[in-house]
Design a protein around this ligand. Structure first.
Ligand SMILES: Nc1ncnc2c1ncn2[C@@H]1O[C@H](COP(=O)(O)OP(=O)(O)OP(=O)(O)O)[C@@H](O)[C@H]1O
Length: 287
């Protein structure tokens, strides 16, 4: 049984079709969800986090149907950790107090066990030293880590993270990768991000959503390989490239399109492959 099983899933907001025909299964490991603004990433994560219901198709989470009964949805939520895109914090609560409050909502009724668990997750995200500080006085990145701490309570089998790296500095992002790679050995982790480097560093599998549909689903290495032979370094601009820019070294990084005459091929990155995929879509939309 996979932790997440989606078949023919669709969701609309009024006339806007946010998702259509989504067929995806996820087991243990970290899967990265990429897609441009409005592609449907948050909508998909909210469905998987039982925060909203799909309009069409079937959703099974941890072997259960969230629409079947209150009992089923509660059973799923007991094993689910969710970091929403925007998490509201009562600013006068302390870091410890806020995570403990979420633990109470998650039915950690034994005070000693609860305290131990809150300390464990604060330690995991590197916030032990700030446990007594008011949430309102934390930096954006620190607040993001408080959000992550509450999602990690109880070692959830299903961890859903909406843009977890937003606001984190490079050292914190590296630490987050370390934490998630440990969690993912026993849990299914689904995260959305605009940072292709995070996906390349952390995920075995990547799903690209475009316009509410799955545009790519497979190993990160496969997406990278799809750009082989289409990325160059050149001395001159490439006006017909899918994307190209002048780098700090003064050379031009050229992705797709005909190579300029002096172009030297370079190994593509995940970002190159992703830009190529989106660029091809954009070009198709214009014809
Ligand atoms: N509550 C809502 N009411 C109406 N339309 C919505 C609502 N939430 C999302 N949408 C629309 O659904 C589509 C998908 O939005 P969604 O937030 O899932 O995309 P996303 O990929 O997460 O975008 P972003 O990268 O900007 O966060 C968009 O067209 C958006 O405008």
């Amino acid at each position: 049984m996979n932790a997440i099983e989606l078949t023919g899933v669709g969701k609309s907001y009024g006339r806007t079709r946010a998702l259509e025909g989504i067929d995806l299964d996820f087991g243990c490991g970290v899967t990265g969800l990429l897609g441009p603004n409005g592609a449907g990433k948050t909508t998909l994560l909210r469905i998987v986090a039982t925060s909203i219901a799909a309009d069409r198709g079937t959703v099974r989470l941890l072997g259960r149907d969230p629409l079947r009964s209150h009992h089923e949805i509660t059973a799923i939520r007991r094993e689910l950790g969710y970091l929403p895109q925007e998490l509201g914090f009562p600013s006068d609560m302390t870091t410890f107090g806020f995570v403990e409050y979420v633990a109470v909502l998650k039915e950690w009724n034994d005070r000693r066990r609860r305290t131990r668990e809150v300390r464990r997750v604060l330690d995991l995200v590197g916030l032990a030293d700030l446990a007594g500080k008011k949430v309102g006085k934390l930096s954006g990145g620190q607040r993001r880590r408080v959000g992550l701490a509450q999602a990690l309570l109880g070692e959830p089998r299903l961890l859903v993270l909406d843009e977890p790296t937003t606001g984190l500095d490079p050292a914190q992002r590296a630490e987050l990768r370390r934490t998630l790679s440990v969690v993912a050995s026993e849990s299914a982790v689904l995260l959305s991000t605009h940072q292709t480097e995070d996906v390349a560093a952390l995920c075995e599998r990547v799903v690209v959503l475009v316009g509410g549909s799955v545009r790519f689903d497979g190993p990160v290495t496969e997406l990278v390989a799809s750009a082989a032979g289409q990325v160059w370094q050149a001395d001159h601009p490439a006006p017909d490239a899918v994307v190209s820019w002048r780098t700090g070294s003064g050379k031009h990084h050229v992705v797709g399109g005909p190579p300029p005459p002096d172009a030297l091929p370079v190994e593509p990155t995940l970002e190159d492959a992703y830009l190529l995929m989106l660029g091809a879509d954009a070009a198709r939309a214009l014809t």
